[in-house]
Design a protein around this ligand. Structure first.
Ligand code: ATP
Length: 383
């Protein structure tokens, strides 16, 4: 039985704006599902509908097999952790942890036992007697987590709980949440706009754009086989490079011819193209999928690790995209090199000490085994 099932969930705010549009999604028992998407794509609205804080315009929410559409938030057996979690300032940490249980008239011994257990799980025993004003940002979020855990809900909802923390603390808290998830075995729906957070936390990731579900998959699948250009550009850092171009057939073999600009005619064919910059042979396994695009425009996608002056897999590269080095960003373990073909910019992920200088002319190579192709009009992955 699914821990959470959203069926065609829709929220239209007064004034007509659709923040969530026909969202269907299942979170399996014990699963950690991350909902990721840019600001305003409807993540918080979705969580609020699950928690019962917002009424859907259409569709339904089932939690642990039970339709909860007519249940008040307190009866849904969910606990929510927010970005700006507010603790009761007049209560110490132990009092904050116990607060919800007291409201539910849990007996005193049971409360004491559960508070100690949660403090142990989160490693905050030494904070129990402090007031919220005496806690760091990371400690506040840990107590906020504790307040959710102590209730032992059937489902956790997280709304960007780590956004206010610095980068180091964020990655530490991510590991803690994973550890907690493994220990508690309770399903979690976790919202973030940060793709790194989504990739490192989620067992599966649901990608949202403009209130609509784009793809649901495990992190490796999202990265290797994005359903469309939006997912391809959201997942991965630096983002995937895109090149406008054209599919051509020559002596039975397909190739991609890059163009500077493509204009579309009303029937979807390209009416105009400008100066070809480079040409890439397309591996045979793409032939059937790309046949409909012969003499038509297509968008090529290449991840930064699959393009550059010396990409990782020399055996499968076709050298020959002339480019100029524009910016070199050394990050220690790797270097991001920003290049320009004369009409299109792209970024290459290289090793440390890449030895390139700004303004240098280079011949870049592409690992053709890792190409992605998108329909320029629908932006869906070809195939
Ligand atoms: P963020 O990451 O910035 O929090 P989000 O993906 O969580 O964004 P939501 O907060 O769900 O997005 O908001 C989705 C859209 O709905 C936004 O454009 C927002 O302005 C709009 N919206 C949210 N609440 C209301 C409301 N009560 N009335 C009208 N529009 C709203």
């Amino acid at each position: 039985m699914a821990a959470l099932k959203l069926d065609n969930l829709t929220k239209q705010f007064p004034g007509g704006f659709r923040a969530v549009d026909g969202l269907s999604l299942e979170v399996a028992d014990g699963e950690l599902m991350v909902l990721v998407g840019p600001s305003g794509c409807g993540k918080t609205t979705t969580l609020r509908m699950i928690a019962g804080l917002e009424r859907p315009t259409a569709g339904s929410v089932c939690i642990a097999g039970r339709n909860v559409d007519d249940l008040a938030p307190k009866d849904r057996d969910v606990a929510m952790v927010f970005q700006n979690h507010v603790l009761y300032p007049h209560l110490n940490v132990a009092g904050n942890l116990a607060f919800g249980l007291k409201l539910r008239r849990t007996n005193k011994d049971e409360i004491r036992r559960r508070v100690r257990e949660v403090a142990d799980v989160l490693g905050i025993e030494e904070l129990l007697h402090r007031r919220p004003g005496q806690l760091s940002g990371g400690e506040v979020q840990r107590v906020a987590l504790g307040r959710a855990i102590v209730r032992r809900p059937g489902l956790f909802l997280f709304d960007e709980p780590l956004s206010n923390l610095d980068a180091g603390l964020r990655s530490q808290m991510r590991r803690e949440i994973r550890r907690l998830h493994a220990r508690l075995g309770t399903a979690m729906a976790y919202v973030t706009h940060d793709q790194t957070e989504a990739m490192t936390l989620g067992q599966r990731i649901a990608v949202l754009c403009d209130g609509r579900l784009q793809q649901v998959a495990d992190p490796a699948t999202l990265y290797a086989r994005p359903a469309n250009r939006f997912v391809a550009s959201l997942i991965g850092s630096p983002a995937m490079n895109f090149f406008d171009g054209w599919v051509e057939r020559h002596e039975g073999k397909l190739s991609f011819a890059s163009v500077a600009t493509v204009s579309f005619a009303a029937d979807g064919t390209a009416s105009q193209r400008q100066a070809e910059r480079f040409r890439l042979p397309i591996p045979a396994e793409w032939t059937s999928r790309l046949e409909p695009y012969i003499d038509r425009p297509v968008t090529l996608g290449v991840r930064p690790e699959h393009i550059g002056p010396s990409p990782a897999e020399p055996s499968v590269v076709i050298p020959r995209i002339p480019a100029v080095v524009e910016v070199v960003e050394p990050l220690g373990a790797e270097t991001y090199v920003h290049l320009n073909t004369g009409s299109q910019s792209f970024v290459s992920r290289m090793g440390p000490g890449c030895g390139l200088t700004v303004g240098e002319q280079v011949e870049t190579a592409v690992a053709v085994a890792h190409l992605h192709f998108f329909d320029p009009q629908t932006e869906q992955t070809v195939g």
